[in-house]
Design a protein around this ligand. Structure first.
Ligand code: UDX
Length: 435
């Protein structure tokens, strides 16, 4: 099937390349010429495992092309909207300006019977408004939220754990839209991927509800970490024990520096803002608490480092291991790790921060920070703080690291190190929510 993907950021670039991999003929469209030039040359503008190989293969096969000109969407049957919906300046609401611009730009190139498919995360009610907007073109609209996780984006797109279709209200239109989407996702459907076919509002809500739930789960365990710290308990054992209950589950119960990234923080805020607009702010008041618990964990990491350094970080060398908001990503949007590095630096610590992939992005945003290799960060450090659980930090040998640092104190901001091994090697090990 011929399709266009408007917006070639995280979501769009992965979606376009994955659709081409599935055998479709895809054009990716973005307003950023540098991004399009890189993608057209088969180069990934982001660090995402598997994406570079997929781009080279799909561009090479001729099934994937890129353009800065929206008219390239002409002739495609399905048009995905995959632009960003960042937090609006001065408010918690989502900024829909890119979504609106993408749809407006696409309209002159739509033919009757085309299907516009929204993938961006939007406040509930947006799809209905956009459907009315495109109605005069004779094209239809469906909402098909994306649940991809960074670091697993290609896998999550090609083999999603579920598909959600928000279909038009008219049954005949809904059937036509569903038939087109079934063709797009024929491969996943042939593997019995669960499908929920529903209305626009439910489909829009599924995405924000899922992210709100995940954020709540993380903040729940981080709240337990706060209590564990006060009560002398161990939150990792607590998580293991409650996680054995299949109704609770152990996944997303890792206490630490908290959640960040381009989705969870902004999505829970936009969801609260939308609930207030709907006169139901009260129903989502708990998300403000989820946000507050999350942000307190960053304060706690900084506090623990300062305590470990004897009450002041001034002029002490601190090795900050990790800058990305999570491992296997170079994304620093709302990253707790980068935040911790910046705050310690602001307290007068001599911070040397490192990350396998996120240094370039971090330097662009915080040129005042000093960056280095893991070895440079660790050399003569008075304290070591691990804030992103990259496998290479988990695999550090505590005996070897002890030989190069000045102070053998480690703050494990992700509870990812082997406590017994580090303590056994003579380290003062401080975890979050652990004795
Ligand atoms: C998230 C959702 O998982 C995904 O379904 C949605 O489409 C987009 O948002 P992503 O932002 O890639 O994906 O990251 P995710 O793996 O969910 O992690 C989010 C944050 O939570 C990270 O900062 C991570 O370190 C933190 N986290 C995750 C924890 O602190 N504890 C956990 O147990 C799990």
């Amino acid at each position: 099937m011929r399709m266009s993907v408007i917006g070639c950021g995280y979501l769009g670039a992965v979606h376009a390349a994955s659709m081409a991999k599935l055998g479709h003929e895809v054009v990716g469209i973005d307003v950023d010429p540098a991004k399009i030039e890189a993608l057209a040359a088969g180069k990934s503008p982001i660090f995402e495992p598997g994406l570079p190989e997929l781009l080279v293969e799909s561009v090479g096969s001729g099934r994937l092309s890129f353009s800065t000109d929206t008219s390239a969407a002409r002739g495609a049957k399905v048009h995905f909207i995959a632009v960003g919906t960042p937090q609006k300046a001065g408010s918690y609401a989502a900024d829909l300006r890119f979504v609106d611009a993408a749809v407006e730009g696409l309209m002159p190139h739509l033919a009757p019977g085309d299907l516009v498919v929204g993938k961006s995360t939007v406040p509930v009610g947006t799809a209905e408004r956009l459907a009315k907007m495109i109605e005069p073109t004779g094209a239809m609209l469906a909402w098909n939220p994306e649940f991809l996780r960074e670091g697993f984006a290609v896998k999550d797109t090609i083999s999603p754990d579920r598909l959600v279709y928000g279909l038009p209200p008219e049954p005949a239109d809904a059937a036509t839209a569903q038939a087109l989407l079934d063709e797009v996702y024929a491969e996943a459907l042939s593997h019995d991927t669960p499908l929920v076919a529903t209305d626009y509002a439910t489909a829009e809500l599924v995405k924000v509800a899922a992210n709100a739930f995940l954020a709540t789960k993380i903040s729940f365990i981080n709240a337990m970490a706060e209590i564990s710290e006060a009560a002398g308990a161990d939150v990792t054992q607590l998580a293991d024990a409650i996680g054995y209950d299949a109704r609770i589950g152990r996944r997303f119960l890792n206490a630490g520096a908290g959640f960040g990234g381009g989705c969870l923080p902004k999505d829970i805020r936009a969801f609260s803002a939308r609930a207030e607009e709907l006169g139901k702010g009260e129903a989502l008041n708990f998300l403000k608490e989820v946000d507050a618990i999350n942000l307190r964990r960053r304060d706690r990491v900084v506090e623990l480092v300062v305590e470990a350094l004897g009450g002041s970080a001034y002029n002490k060398k601190v090795a900050v291991l990790g800058l990305a908001f999570k491992p296997d990503s170079d994304d620093i949007r709302d990253s707790p790790s980068l935040d911790v590095a910046v705050r310690l630096n602001g307290l007068g610590a001599n911070v040397v921060a490192t990350d396998p992939e996120a240094i370039a992005n971090s330097r662009r945003m915080h040129p005042q920070l000093v960056f280095g290799t893991t070895e440079e960060a660790l050399q003569d450090a008075d304290a070591v703080v691990v804030v992103t659980e990259w496998s290479e930090y988990r695999a550090l040998d505590p005996v070897a690291v002890a030989a190069v640092v000045r102070g053998t104190v480690v703050i494990d901001g992700r509870n990812c190190l082997d406590l017994a091994a580090w303590r056994g090697a003579g380290w003062t090990y401080i975890g979050l929510g652990r004795k």
